[in-house]
Design a protein around this ligand. Structure first.
Ligand code: GDP
Ligand code: MG
Length: 511
């Protein structure tokens, strides 16, 4: 363990809290995910005794770079690499998980020589069942938001409809069977509308055990698609592998509160929150501070310091949804959500940071920042930093800013930041307020029907040329960059505390 960086974090926390003792912190993203959280969590993992993921599922991969080596994990927190240092990794009750993913990841870690002795899995985390994956895969085309076909959407639906299964059921086969019978009825009913061959095809994927769960109908009246006994057998087998890790993590964390250093990790972004994000272009999860705390059995007030990450003066989002400051606007959205690919972008040769063509500039930022979905490789839509949206995120999310990926914009001639929107749509009633053409919005109204008519009003800044990756002190950052900083933090009334200027741990500046 790096004592020096642990100490610099403790000093930072003391400065932030007027010398109070800090025991519980949280890290989350104030944009649409993918702000380089992995690196930051890794940094804080140095300080933490317990690292807990409170919400999320295996549709998001996280990357950690240490000593130039990078790894992608899905369910297991990236900080598992510190298991041997007696750090607990907790998969909290707010998560939904597919046991196979977890079992495979644990097996992978063991073959890599890593231990998982301090891994804890919430007994009340929600289970993704084979039919959830089938339903997600088959209904993806009808959904407003891209779903990864990993089953989490349907698993949440079942949970909210009170027919879901939880991790602890894996340990009690008879109860598992009773709950499964109830839950699977609804799945079979929903799947009747689909072609059996399509269902079969999905069920023969390797992630679904190559057809092991598929039920061949006995006659025309047989509308069942799944072998119940096979699901029970396989899941309970996984339950046995996971048994050493399954525990009441809510109580575990409550007991450790104030005694151990706890880091809460939010895997996605505030603007993707089901209640406060740009609904319906959101996830099924809560990414606010309250959501992060609840997902591990804690309260928002239990968090001593909340960190929120934004990218150094840009944003990205994967998939559909309004994004007023997108570089290249609709053309970019169509490209990223259509046929655009990393391979094609790698071949583009006429890209340049000082062109007025924002679409191409967006491609260059995407390439430089490696803004491609970790799982699908899909290009992430690139947008200028949008303060009206950030103000929304700051209200329900973290208060202390971490800026990442600042090196990505090095060499960009002009950097734009959107301070306010001008509404250009038809009259719109927002409660008692009436939006008219020309209305100015300082804080975004996160309703797609409003956002799509919002025209960003920008402040333009001259960029910087200097390589900033090796800079150690804030005051040594280029003057042009400082000017943007001052503008930004005055406008959002929040303070930055950590700046990331490169993927490596050493490319970090503490304020
Ligand atoms: P996450 O989901 O929030 O962890 O973010 P991503 O999925 O986008 O992954 C983060 C990627 O960005 C990883 O490949 C990191 O190595 C990289 N990264 C993190 N911080 C920085 C930074 O400051 N500069 C650059 N260039 N890359 C970074
Ligand atoms: Mg990510």
């Amino acid at each position: 363990m790096n004592e020096e960086s642990k100490q610099s974090l403790e000093w930072l926390f003391r400065r932030m809290t007027d010398n109070k003792v800090t025991k519980t912190i949280s890290v989350s993203c104030l944009q649409f995910d993918d702000t380089g959280k992995g690196k930051i969590v890794d940094l804080f993992a140095n300080w933490a005794d317990i690292i807990a993921c409170s919400t999320g599922s295996d549709n998001v991969g996280h990357t950690v770079v240490c000593n130039g080596k990078s790894r992608v994990f899905y369910l297991i927190p990236a900080s598992i690499i510190y298991d041997a240092n007696n750090k607990y990794n907790v998969i909290g009750s707010g998560t939904v998980l597919y046991p196979k993913t977890l079992v495979d990841e644990i097996a992978f870690l063991h073959t890599e020589g890593l231990t998982t002795k301090h891994l804890r899995i919430a007994l009340n985390a929600k289970l993704i069942m084979p039919y959830h994956i089938v339903l997600d895969c088959l209904s993806a085309a009808d959904k407003v938001i891209d779903i990864a076909g990993k089953g989490m959407e349907s698993a949440y639906v079942d949970f909210i409809a009170r027919r879901g299964l939880v991790v602890n059921d894996l340990l009690n086969p008879e109860i598992f069977r009773i709950k499964l019978e109830k839950s699977i009825k609804q799945a079979n009913l929903l799947l009747r509308d689909f072609d059996r061959e399509m269902i079969k095809e999905v069920l023969f994927q390797s992630s679904l055990e190559n057809g092991f769960y598929y039920h061949e109908p006995t006659d025309e009246t047989d509308h069942c698609f799944f072998e119940l006994d096979n699901i029970i057998a396989k899941y309970c087998q996984y339950g046995q592998v996971l048994a050493p890790y399954i525990t009441d993590t809510d109580t575990f964390l409550r007991r450790k509160l104030g005694k151990k250093n706890i880091l809460l990790e939010g895997t996605q972004g505030s603007l993707l929150d089901i209640d406060y994000g740009v609904y319906p272009y959101v996830t099924s999860n809560n990414w606010t501070l309250a959501g992060l705390a609840k997902g591990v059995g804690l309260k928002e007030s239990d968090i001593d310091i909340s960190f929120g990450i934004i990218k150094g003066f840009y944003m990205t989002r994967v998939g559909a949804g309004p994004l007023p400051t997108e570089l290249g606007g609709e053309a970019s959205a169509a490209w990223c959500n259509g046929n655009g690919s990393r391979e094609q972008e790698a071949m583009m040769t006429d890209l340049c940071f000082n062109k007025t063509d924002e679409f191409k500039q967006g491609v260059l930022i995407r390439r430089r920042g490696e803004e491609y979905d970790v799982i699908t490789g899909q290009p992430r839509r690139v947008a200028w930093l949008d303060l009206p949206l950030l103000r929304v995120a700051l209200e329900t999310g973290a208060k202390n800013i971490i800026l990442t990926k600042l090196d990505v914009l090095t060499g960009v001639e002009k950097i734009k930041i959107c301070d306010v929107y001008r509404y250009e749509g038809p009259d719109y009633y927002y409660g008692k307020k009436k939006l008219k053409k020309g209305s100015i919005l300082r804080k975004a109204i996160v309703i797609p029907e409003v956002l799509k008519y919002c025209v960003p009003i920008y402040h333009e800044f001259a960029g910087w040329e200097e390589d900033i990756r090796e800079i150690k002190y804030f005051n040594n950052l280029p003057a042009n960059l400082m000017e943007i900083f001052i503008f930004l933090f005055e406008k959002i009334n929040a303070l930055p505390w950590i700046i990331s200027t490169g993927p490596d741990r050493k490319n970090t500046i503490f304020l």
